[in-house]
Design a protein around this ligand. Structure first.
Ligand code: ZN
Length: 45
């Protein structure tokens, strides 16, 4: 499964996401602070 690394611009938290978590994060926002993230915030690993 594809892995991504993302960094939230609002809370500064870096985290790894798999495809499922990436989709959930795009829908619901950062898991820490709920700020909306764009697909560009995810770097494939
Ligand atoms: Zn955040």
């Amino acid at each position: 499964m594809e892995k991504y690394l993302t960094s939230c611009p609002a809370c500064g938290r870096d985290f790894e996401a798999d495809e499922e978590m990436r989709a959930a994060t795009l829908e619901y926002g950062c898991p820490i602070c709920a700020t909306a993230l764009t697909p560009a915030a995810f770097t494939p690993q």
